[in-house]
Design a protein around this ligand. Structure first.
Ligand SMILES: Cc1cc2nc3c(=O)[nH]c(=O)nc-3n(C[C@H](O)[C@H](O)[C@H](O)COP(=O)(O)OP(=O)(O)OC[C@H]3O[C@@H](n4cnc5c(N)ncnc54)[C@H](O)[C@@H]3O)c2cc1C
Length: 325
């Protein structure tokens, strides 16, 4: 493992380290790819941060959802199930455990839910009363209709990342941390990747930079494809006063019209998220609890932990976020 904080290398310098593949960045995408490629290639992985998995990979709701996303994403998710159910030895403990999903629509928006039901197998349509029987912390009238899915799983994202990291190293991949890929330069035989104080050479470079993928493309002199980085805010609500404790079998609630979820955790908190456009994916200034509490996105949450909520409509003002990040 190499820490590469320091000055830039001379751009004209010959590569000091040669590889078959340099994977630019160390989120779950880059690390899993480096793990696979390191089986029969010399692989380097470069990451800006001092640890791997620092950004989106550490902020996930960690759900395994085969009916979520476009067709390509769904196919990839389905194709991963066998690996996740029976991972190689590098991985410690089960990587998944059952966790149901409830996709819902607020009043007046039920058509998308019915449409998804008609195009996807294995989803059970639930009316409001049936939903409240499963989730007593859902406010009366806050949800028109929902889809209950029980094949969904909760991932142990940390165990997954650690397993890929262990396997990647055992297969000989070299990891450079504190090592932003500042410039990628095409040569007659492949690429030079300039990181602080070093130049790496490779026949192939993989851009797995997630929200930064367009910036990485630009640093290689390539055209961006129009990715828009977005910031998500996660927050918790205390469930003190809830009709009953939250359990491990409570479903994750997902609003089909808004990118926000309510993820009941057994420690009696709900973790929710919402997405806001943002130009810099690494900006460390999440929405504060105070501004979040006043936002409509928060007030439209279908949850209330009071036994008899007097806000049966789309907006409730009882709950307050206890923490955001
Ligand atoms: C709040 C939230 C909830 C989510 N919930 C789920 C879920 O339930 N289920 C699910 O499957 N997915 C979920 N996701 C999505 C999932 O987390 C992401 O798809 C995944 O983590 C993306 O991984 P990545 O490796 O592409 O990106 P990242 O983890 O962001 O990694 C990109 C890395 O690139 C590095 N980097 C950027 N530029 C450079 C450079 N020039 N040089 C070196 N390093 C660089 C960054 O430092 C970063 O570490 C969620 C995401 C969020 C934010």
């Amino acid at each position: 493992m190499t820490d590469n904080s320091g000055d830039s290398a001379d751009p004209d310098e010959s590569p000091s380290h040669m590889f078959d593949v340099v994977v630019v960045v160390g989120g779950i995408a880059g690390v899993s790819l480096a793990y696979e490629l390191a089986g029969d290639r010399r692989v380097a992985l470069v990451e800006t941060e001092f640890v791997l998995g620092y950004h989106a990979t550490s902020r996930s709701a960690t759900m395994f959802l085969e009916t979520y996303g476009g067709l390509d994403v769904r196919a990839l998710t389905k194709g991963s199930r066998t690996f996740l159910e029976d991972p190689p030895d590098y991985f410690v403990g089960p990587l998944m455990s059952p966790r149901p999903l409830l996709q819902f629509a607020v009043p007046g928006h039920g058509d998308r839910v019915r449409e998804l039901r008609s195009s996807t197998e294995g989803l059970e349509l639930l009316e409001t009363d049936e939903i409240r029987a499963i989730c007593p912390y859902v406010r009366p009238g806050a949800i028109e209709i929902g889809l209950h899915e029980t094949r969904t799983q909760e991932l142990d994202a940390n165990a997954l990342l650690q397993g890929f990291m262990a396997g990647m190293r055992r297969r000989g991949a070299e990891v450079f941390k504190n090592a932003p890929a500042m410039r990628l330069e095409q040569t007659s035989s492949g690429w030079r990747v300039h990181i602080p104080r070093l130049t790496l050479g490779a026949s192939l470079v993989v851009n797995a930079a997630g929200a930064w993928a367009d910036l990485t493309a630009l640093s290689a002199g390539l055209s961006p494809i129009g990715l828009i980085p977005r910031r998500r805010t996660a927050f918790t609500i205390s469930t003190d006063g809830s009709p009953r404790d939250v359990t491990a079998s409570d479903p994750l609630l997902y609003n089909i019209d808004e990118p926000s979820t309510s993820n009941p955790k057994v420690n009696n908190y709900f973790a929710l998220q919402r997405i806001a456009p943002h130009v810099n994916p690494a900006t460390p200034n999440p929405t504060t609890s105070r501004s979040l509490a006043h936002s409509n996105a928060f007030k439209r949450s279908p949850l209330c932990t009071r036994d008899r909520c007097e806000h049966p409509g789309p907006v409730c003002e009882h709950s307050a976020p206890t923490a955001t990040w």
